[in-house]
Design a binder for this molecule. Structure first.
Ligand SMILES: Nc1ncnc2c1ncn2[C@@H]1O[C@H](COP(=O)(O)OP(=O)(O)OP(=O)(O)O)[C@@H](O)[C@H]1O
Length: 915
């Protein structure tokens, strides 16, 4: 008999709450109980919900049994003994008799109470499943949530049937319970004890037998399919000593995956047959679940297998393809691509280059595709294969056609054109052309670069231009060694790759402005590139294989020849382009610059007319330069302004929608048109309609006329005025001729007396003169003195005067000896008080004895003299040939004298003339 004590005091609450901190347990650890007991009452025992029951046996027996791991159930209970035990509410699942269940107790007080129970030699507790709160899902697990209820309330929430649990062990917060017997809560502790036993049943009952056999066979089926079940069964059956139907039912329910209420139902069922049926239901369900599990497992396995198989087969396929050479890896594919690119040129490619390519290809096969070495090799191969080995463009050896092309693009430049035609003629006779170096030297804007392009066109060669102005690194020309990070081939290799032929025309611009160089002198690198002796085997540092550049035609341009490094200059054929005279400029402007600018501005020829006078004024008063670049810019300005006018007028004259389109009459009418600022900027030639009654604003064809009178409206005020500072040159002033990089220019030399010096004659010079020119002035002073002494022995002007010699345009530095004769003339003019002819200009270096030495820039100086309105020029005799080589149009209208001694100049300058 058993009594359950009910808690009544509020002091019980902490313990009850502590019960809620039971955090875990293992579901199925069965040990079959033998008998059920009945609880009769519950009462408070020092705040702990305790149950009291009879018949547990004496204390010593309980103690000895509890220490046993296999929890043997005491059978010799004295029914009169009352034993107090704790009531343990189980939140998740009932404990079945014969099973063990570990639970975790966090609360130290509860642990102490359980420990005390053990120490009191009553290592038992009553384990009852807690009922769910009304309205909650019975299937949901009440994870660690024992309701916070106090003694009686909690007691009321316990299921009536529970299990007498032996406290098998306490280790830390883990308490292992072993279920022994079913307990049933009865009413009051003082009532007569009611022993509730399982309902008696007939062991030979066929139905019970059959049901139990069915349970067993189902269990066996389940055990066969599920490994999990097998493990459980092994554990549980170790503890089964005698086997009967009730245990079979408990066993089945305990190890099933059924929820707590279903398990509790089995626990509460006292009819063995009914219990067996309930269990059978649970295990049958279990077998269904295990079938689903098996089929799921099979499906998953199949899926995994098929994926693995596919992967494996793919790998095998790859390996087989590779073995058969059907598929190549990245490197092989890349090598194949290189070979494909090389194939068309293989025949023409030099054998040594082919060998290097093959070596690099096989090296690349061995390199790791992600290594830097691989990338270097790939780039190197790319460059090697991209070069146009032995690939030449068909050259034009037709001299007439070449001449036509050259004339179409440039006016004049006869010498350059002749040189090119000679080159073509030699090529035609030899059947092959030879690489040459031509150097076009001249002031800016004379067409050096543009003639280079048209030479390439005339020869039918590809054109490549690069400038070496300011170039300081020889590696720009010869390339960097491959060992450097980011190494690149030099300009020449880049050129060959770009043009795609091995015989292009390469224009090297600004060769006179080569930098000094910090890593190797660029001039030396250029030397190797240009020298016909060496460039058949030009070695670029990056490519490291000889390249034949002997078929390349090199054209260099320079403004000043003497700035070109001498070894380079030595190998060039210099063609000087001196600059253009006004006549030539008018031709260039009319036939080339105007045409290209007009097309660039989208203006029709009939829409504009620029008169010769306008062009002349433009050249004389705005663009005094050797070349035509400035002139070109001015013409562009004029045409842009004309374009704007045409657009404005076009907008104003646009007929309104629906206006009839008017026919044009043949007779033009000239009217003045004004720009937006109300200035008259041009003349409009309008073709009016034949019908005068038609509206004035109907469609008209406009023609803008640019004349010398309205030129300032297009290009502003004139920049230059006449180069004559003096209408009549005074005494002591003589015109010289100077040469600059911008071309030639007239230069006045003025001498005046500062003060009388009485036997202490001296000379002061100004005008930013260089050392050579200063020396030249002193020489002139000496020579002038001796000449005056000779011509007028009584004239002591030089001995008694302090002189000042000045060359105007003091802002411009000047140097050179060629003004020597002009200085003497200027001083003599002052000394003799005789002005020289205003249309006379002279140039020539003078020695102390009065000999006249040759000067440079004859053509430029002649052009400048003509521009300055000079009629008579005195040149040194040594320059006669230079002058004679000039084209007739340059020499036209000039009276030129060649002298070798100053006495001749004296006669020309101070002879009889009319000023
Ligand atoms: N004889 C000519 N006939 C036609 N056009 C010319 C002639 N000379 C020069 N030009 C034109 O003048 C312009 C300037 O020429 P370009 O640029 O070739 O001068 P450059 O001598 O190379 O000058 P730089 O020394 O400054 O490089 C080009 O548009 C060119 O077509």
């Amino acid at each position: 008999m058993l009594k359950l004590l009910s808690p009544s005091s509020p002091a019980a609450s902490p313990f009850l709450r502590a019960l809620g901190s039971i955090t875990g347990f293992t579901r199925r650890n069965p040990n079959l109980g033998r008998r059920a007991f009945f609880c009769s009452d519950a009462k408070n025992g020092d705040g702990v919900v305790e149950i009291e029951f009879k018949g547990l046996g004496n204390e010593s027996e309980a103690k000895s049994k509890s220490s046993s791991s296999s929890a043997i159930i005491p059978t010799n209970l004295n029914p009169e003994d009352y034993v107090k035990v704790l009531a343990l509410p189980l939140p998740h699942r009932p404990l079945f008799p014969g099973f063990y269940m570990p639970i975790y107790v966090k609360d130290p007080k509860l642990l102490a109470a359980l420990q005390e129970s053990r120490n009191r030699q009553v290592p038992y507790a009553g384990a009852f499943l807690v009922k769910d709160e009304p309205g909650t899902d019975p299937c949901s697990e009440m994870e660690n949530n024992i309701p916070d209820l106090k003694g009686k309330e909690l007691f009321d929430r316990l299921h009536e049937v529970g299990t007498l649990a032996q406290i098998s062990s306490i280790q830390g917060d883990q308490v292992v319970l072993i279920g022994h017997r079913r307990l049933h809560i009865t009413e009051m502790v003082d009532e007569d004890p009611v022993t509730v036993k399982e309902k008696p049943y007939d062991k030979d009952d066929d139905v019970i037998k059959a049901t139990s056999y069915e349970v067993i066979s189902t269990l066996r089926d389940v055990l066969e399919t599920s490994v999990l079940w097998r493990d459980h069964a092994q554990t549980y059956t170790q503890h089964i000593s005698d086997f009967d139907f009730t245990r079979i039912a408990d066993f089945g329910a305990a190890i099933s995956g059924a929820n707590k209420l279903q398990c509790q139902k089995v626990l509460e069922e006292l009819d063995v047959h009914e219990r067996l049926k309930l269990t059978l239901e649970l295990v049958k369900k279990e077998i269904e679940i295990s079938k689903i599990q098996a089929s799921l497992m099979k499906k998953m396995e199949e899926k995994m297998l098929s994926e693995q198989r596919r992967k494996l087969l793919n790998e095998q396929l790859k390996a087989i393809k590779k073995e058969l050479g059907l598929e190549a890896d990245d490197r092989t594919a890349l090598c194949e691509k290189f070979r494909e690119r090389l194939e068309p040129n293989r025949e023409k490619c030099p054998p040594n280059v082919l060998q290097v390519i093959e070596e690099e290809l096989s090296k690349m096969q061995l390199l790791d595709a992600s290594s830097s070495e691989f990338n270097i090799t790939r780039n190197y191969l790319d460059w090697l294969i991209s070069l146009p080995w032995g690939n030449y463009s068909d050259e034009n050896f037709d001299v007439l056609r070449a001449q036509k092309v050259l004339d179409e693009d440039h006016y004049g430049l006869t010498e350059v054109k002749e040189r090119i035609l000679e080159f073509i003629a030699v090529g035609k006779l030899r059947g092959m052309s030879e690489g040459k170096i031509i150097c076009l030297a001249g002031p800016p804007g004379v067409g050096k670069t543009s003639i280079g392009r048209s030479i390439a066109h005339a020869l039918n060669r590809n054109f490549f231009r690069f400038s070496v102005g300011g170039l300081t690194d020889a590696a720009e020309i010869k390339g960097h060694r491959r060992t450097y990070v980011g190494a690149m081939p030099g300009k020449m290799v880049q050129c060959l790759k770009t043009v795609g032929t091995a015989n292009p025309l390469v224009l090297i611009d600004e060769i006179d402005k080569l930098g000094r160089g910090h890593a190797g002198h660029p001039a030396s690198a250029l030397l190797e590139l240009l020298d016909p002796e060496q460039n058949a085997n030009f070695l670029d540092h990056y490519l490291d294989v000889p390249i034949d550049l002997s078929k390349v035609l090199f054209v260099c341009t320079a403004n000043v020849v003497h700035m070109i490094p001498t070894p380079l200059l030595d190998r060039m054929e210099v063609v000087s382009i001196a600059g253009y005279i006004t006549d030539e400029k008018i031709h260039i402007a009319r036939e080339y610059l105007e045409k290209t600018t007009r097309e660039a501005c989208g203006i029709e020829p009939e829409q504009v007319e620029v008169t010769d006078a306008a062009l002349l004024a433009l050249i004389e008063n705005y663009c005094r330069e050797a070349g035509v670049r400035n002139l070109q810019q001015h013409i562009e300005r004029i045409y842009r302004k004309i374009a704007l006018q045409l657009v404005r007028q076009g907008t104003a004259n646009e007929p309104a929608v629906g206006d009839p389109i008017q026919s044009l009459s043949d007779e033009p009418a000239v009217v003045e048109v004004a720009d937006s600022d109300e200035h008259v900027v041009g003349s409009k030639v309008r073709r009016d309609t034949g019908n005068s009654s038609q509206s004035e604003a109907t469609k008209t064809v406009e023609k803008v006329l640019v004349d010398s009178s309205n030129l300032p409206d297009f290009v502003g005020k004139p920049v230059f005025h006449a180069e004559h500072i003096y209408e009549q040159t005074p005494v002591g002033v003589v015109m010289g001729l100077a040469w600059t990089a911008m071309g030639g220019c007239p230069l006045y030399i003025e001498t005046t007396q500062v003060e009388e010096a009485h036997g202490k004659g001296a000379l002061q010079v100004t005008g930013q003169l260089g050392d050579v020119m200063r020396e030249s002035a002193h020489i002139a002073h000496t020579v002038a003195r001796s000449i005056l002494l000779d011509k007028e022995p009584d004239n002591t002007f030089f001995a008694d005067s302090k002189l000042h010699l000045h060359i105007p345009a003091g802002a411009i530095p000047k140097d050179g000896p060629s003004a020597g004769c002009t200085m003497i003339t200027s001083m003599l003019s002052l000394a003799m008080k005789k002005p020289v002819n205003k249309d006379l200009a002279m140039t020539g270096e003078v020695t102390l004895t009065g000999r006249i030495l040759p000067i440079g820039g004859v053509k430029e100086k002649t052009i400048a003299a003509r521009r300055g309105g000079v009629k008579t020029i005195i040149f040194p005799s040594a320059n006669k040939r230079d002058y004679e080589e000039l084209t007739p149009n340059v020499k036209e209208g000039l009276d030129v004298h060649f002298v070798d001694d100053y006495s001749q100049i004296f006669n020309l300058a101070f002879g009889d003339h009319e000023n």
